[in-house]
Design a binder for this molecule. Sequence first.
Ligand SMILES: NC(=O)c1ccc[n+]([C@@H]2O[C@H](COP(=O)([O-])OP(=O)(O)OC[C@H]3O[C@@H](n4cnc5c(N)ncnc54)[C@H](O)[C@@H]3O)[C@@H](O)[C@H]2O)c1
Length: 497
Amino acid sequence: MTNDSPTTPTVAIVGGGVIGGGWAARFLLHGWRVQIHDPHPQAKERIEAVLDNARLSLPALADFPLPPEGELVYTDSPGEAVANASWIQESVPEDLGIKHRVIAEIEKHAPDTAIIGSSTSGFKPSELQEGAANPGRILVAHPFNPVYLLPLAEVVGGPAIDVDIRDRACEILSSIGMKPLVVRTEIDAHIADRFLEAVWREALWLINDDIATTEEIDDAIRYGFGLRWAQMGLFETYRLAGGEAGMAHFIAQFGPCLQWPWTKLTDVPDLTDELVDKIATQSDRQSGDYSIRELERIRDRNLVGIMRALKDRNWGAGAVLAEHDKRLAKVQPVAATVDDTGPVRMPDISVLPAWIDYNGHMTEFRYVQVFSDTCDRLLVMIGMDADYVAAGCSYYTAETHTMQLDEVGANERIYSTAQVLLADTKRLHVFYRMHAAADDRLLATTEAMYLHVDRDSGRVCEADPRLVANAKAIADAHANLPRPDAAGRFVGQRKQD
Ligand SMILES: NC(=O)c1ccc[n+]([C@@H]2O[C@H](COP(=O)([O-])OP(=O)(O)OC[C@H]3O[C@@H](n4cnc5c(N)ncnc54)[C@H](O)[C@@H]3O)[C@@H](O)[C@H]2O)c1
């Protein structure tokens, strides 16, 4: 999943509005080459605006860097967009005639192996597949706005789908951090939008009948049950509402109200000009002075915060993020090389947005983390792998001294280096530097002494000769490098000119 590999996967996005732009961002930030087609004269500006939002928020969900961004290409026709694509996502307006025309065009030019996903909120896959040359590869992949943050994609194949293709589609969606939910039986509006429409209908009645304003309705959701739904959904929440007696008791208690009924769910108020104007006026008042762009950013920051909290608890949408982190961690950076021209340079990494503190730059303990990760890489280089540690010995940190020299902001690329000052049978003395990749600016240094320890007894012991030899080879290569001025410094010592 890198942008410079010959195996870089390609996605075609046909229709680049709110949803197509969100898909483009999610794929692009996971290293895919993205080929977009949208005939709208402002399509490019609109997509770039979605991308800007995504770049600010999506990386903040992960505790590992995303792969390097893929290449984004704007094309003049759907045919050009789908060339070499392994996934094609149709996100044109919700009109079956337009979707049929676009899918026919896609089928004419797409590689035989490409999966064709549709973002449709309401149409069944069998409706989309009507008249298709190969209906078995056309499925609904219904996402939620903002597509670059929310993990859910409802995957609906219908009776004609090739099940292997549907499974492959789910794998691809997982690989870009999504949670594919297979909808086993096709139905108008799939699963989630059935609820949303039901809730929306009821809300329209409450406004129509002057019971509540848009703001009061939103408050009723966001201060209460919306928070419960975000982490447990409907049924698990109601299970708890039934107390120890559980779900059966809950149904016995509240089931009868379904017969009264409290709601007007099956009816819908006429969307007269008057009602539309009333809702729009209330909505404008509710959002105050915030522009759409500002509201999007507020929404994204809130979503990142909520989902990260769930990630700490490995729960719901947060569990999807935790699983995705494991995938991202496996994208191994290129190995560092040792020579006598300078310290060992480790691969560049990104300062993740989650590493930024209230001062607006990388927080203190992340400096420690970066140097600690650098140490782990160095130890792996000399041969201290998981088997070595499992066999009973490891290097323990005995002493460190860190100097914070400059600030670094979110998404900046940085790299660290390791200069081995001493390696003997029991000790490893290393001087690390952290630099900004853009201009090599020195950001921080750490000097560290590690002792080789028998983990059972907790006592210092001699390292395996293989490790000692490897560590000494690096120390020898570094023997003629200038000794760092800051080596051996103590806290509070005046800086040398
Ligand atoms: N907005 C949502 O919250 C949401 C959520 C999930 C799914 N969806 C579904 O996603 C699809 C797109 O919805 P949207 O909200 O992004 O709409 P949108 O109006 O924001 O975007 C549609 C885009 O399609 C482009 N388009 C029109 N004809 C085209 C063609 N022939 N070829 C290529 N592009 C063309 C338009 O220029 C426009 O930019 C719909 O099927 C909708 O049901 C929407």
